[in-house]
Unconditional design. Structure first.
Length: 301
């Protein structure tokens, strides 16, 4: 498959990246759909603006939502959404958890929530940021991704000690039809077709997977979502299945958001939104159910 930008086998220069950027259009409103909800949360939470994206500082302020009545005796839970901006249920799931469920758990946990780390990508429905950089391969020192630098530098100043981290994602059909071909073109390599898991799955950090924690989430989500089956090789996205619906990645080595903290418990959720009959609301409910199931597990420790 030849992508429509660049020449096969030749990595993109700044000219091709600019060509790609000029083809992106705003398809939804971060201000109307995300920031308006964040503003409504100020009644019950502390809302912190930790930066603005240079691509348009007026359109893209960045927000962190914290428990208002911080209790230093309680463990701290981090929830991240919209690392890949096009994955809408991650953004909506983080916000919906705050609106509907966070108060229920506030007696047991402090919460730090970044509902939309990549707002430009949210509006343009993209995996990359405006510089054609994948945020979820950029969580490391001296990151090339502005969204990651702003977020992680703020957290470093706050000196949070995270007990658990839920990073909310989707795996969509467009990963195969658009984003992986674009990646191959950008890097000047041959595109190798893959498969998209037709269901929900979790990604664990192979250095500290915590499979009972992961399995408790899978069990809870079964009533709401199809659990991704193995492909013909017994894998999910090329990785062997560790336990039902769970695979492991070297998150730190790959620069993934799910591996940048020292939290004892962390997982990346992957919702499949393209199943026939599945609505955006249902995908959001799946993300919220995954968070709640993980928190319920932690409360039993």
């Amino acid at each position: 498959m030849n992508y429509h930008i660049g020449r096969a086998g030749i990595p993109w220069s700044d000219a091709e990246k600019t060509d790609w950027l000029n083809q992106q259009i705003r398809q939804r409103s971060y201000m109307d759909q995300v920031v308006s909800v964040i503003e409504s949360l100020r009644v019950s939470f502390e809302v912190v603006e930790y930066g603005r994206l240079r691509v348009d500082p007026e359109l893209y302020p960045l927000f962190l939502i914290k428990s208002a009545n911080w209790n230093h005796k309680l463990p701290v839970v981090l929830i991240t959404g919209g690392v890949h901006g096009y994955e809408a249920s991650g953004v909506n799931g983080a916000l919906d958890f705050l609106c509907r469920m966070a108060t229920h758990y506030s007696a047991y946990f402090n919460f730090v929530v970044a509902p939309c780390i990549s707002p430009w990508a949210y509006e343009t429905i993209n995996r990359w940021n405006s510089a054609a950089v994948d945020p979820n391969r950029s969580f490391y020192s001296d990151s090339p991704c502005e969204e990651v630098r702003l977020f992680t530098s703020h957290l470093k100043k706050c000196n949070f000690k995270f007990f658990a981290h839920f990073d909310l994602h989707e795996t969509t059909d467009t990963d195969e039809t658009e984003f992986r071909p674009a990646l191959a073109a950008r890097d000047g390599i041959e595109y190798q077709p893959g498969t998209i898991p037709k269901g929900f799955y979790l990604v664990a950090n192979e250095l500290q997977p915590q499979f009972p924690f992961q399995s408790s989430i899978i069990d809870a989500v079964k009533s709401l979502a199809v659990i991704a089956p193995a492909d013909e090789r017994g894998n999910i996205i090329g990785q062997p299945i560790d336990t039902e619906g769970v695979i492991s990645f070297p998150m730190v080595d790959l620069g993934l958001c799910g591996g940048f903290t020292s939290a004892s418990y962390h997982t990346t959720t992957e919702v499949y939104p393209n199943l026939d009959g599945v609505t955006q609301e249902q995908c959001t409910d799946i993300q919220v159910a995954a968070i709640c199931a993980g928190l319920d597990y932690l409360l039993k420790l």
